[in-house]
Design a protein around this ligand. Structure first.
Ligand code: 6PG
Length: 230
């Protein structure tokens, strides 16, 4: 596991864009990237607009999506499009809307099966970018949820109290990624970062990180501010 700390959120975003661009340039056999939603990665996606990447060969997908129609202000696809995919010729696989979240998740599972190579233990993503919530969730894997416990499928629907229906990659799919980047910014995340990197946590982000292949954590100083105390 690698942890890199940057002075500001913007420096973090620039470094994240360098890491993503580097992967997408050299990983010729699997130019796929699973995207985190939320607010943290937006700056990094914006920084990617001017990176030299073979975008026409890149396929981007979403590690999670809110169950909202495309165009809704909460949509992760909308955020990623406004930040990056309206500017580069990559293929961006949005989660198609269906009134039934289970139907939407099953359709995206089929799309991932057509997109991602299959390794010895299942679909194998190339690079995956993840964030972390203050409660330790990642993607839309929340503690105690059926999605976190899912062992068979790679992409499922999950109802999250107070947040409504979410669509998310499962632990198994995320664990099989060839490279995992966690992007975390801000003082509000300092506690959960210290807990997860402290090694003894069982929050979803810790479970995913432990099962990831050589995860890299990119933090700003605010998010890393309690690491010494860990
Ligand atoms: C989402 C994300 C989620 C996110 C964390 C952190 O759909 O919200 O995928 O897992 O990464 O909630 O969100 P922020 O970056 O907004 O703090």
């Amino acid at each position: 596991m690698t942890v890199r700390v940057f002075s500001t959120a913007q420096a973090l975003a620039d470094a994240a864009a360098d890491e993503v661009a580097g992967w997408l340039t050299v990983a010729a056999d699997t130019r796929t990237v699973g995207l985190a939603g939320g607010s943290t990665p937006r700056r990094a996606y914006e920084c990617l607009r001017d990176r030299s990447v073979p975008w026409s060969e890149v396929h981007a997908w979403l590690t999670d999506e809110r169950h909202v129609p495309l165009g809704h202000h909460d949509s992760n696809a909308g955020m990623a499009r406004r930040a990056l995919f309206d500017y580069v010729p990559a293929t961006f696989h949005e989660v198609a809307w269906d009134d039934d979240p289970e139907v939407a998740a099953a359709a995206y599972q089929a799309e991932l099966e057509a997109l991602l190579p299959r390794g010895p233990s299942g679909l194998q993503p190339g690079l995956v970018i993840l964030g972390i919530g203050e409660d330790g969730h990642t993607a839309s894997l929340f503690a105690g949820s059926s999605a976190l416990a899912e062992e068979e499928r790679d992409f499922v629907a999950t109802h999250v109290g107070g947040r409504g229906w979410r669509l998310t990659a499962t632990r198994g799919l995320l664990a099989r990624a060839r490279r995992t980047l966690f992007l975390v910014s801000g003082k509000a995340k300092a506690g959960i970062v210290a807990e997860v990197l402290g090694g003894a946590s069982d929050v979803p982000a810790a479970i995913v990180a432990r099962s990831s292949h050589d995860p890299m954590w990119l933090l700003d100083q605010a998010a890393a501010s309690r690491l010494d105390a860990a």
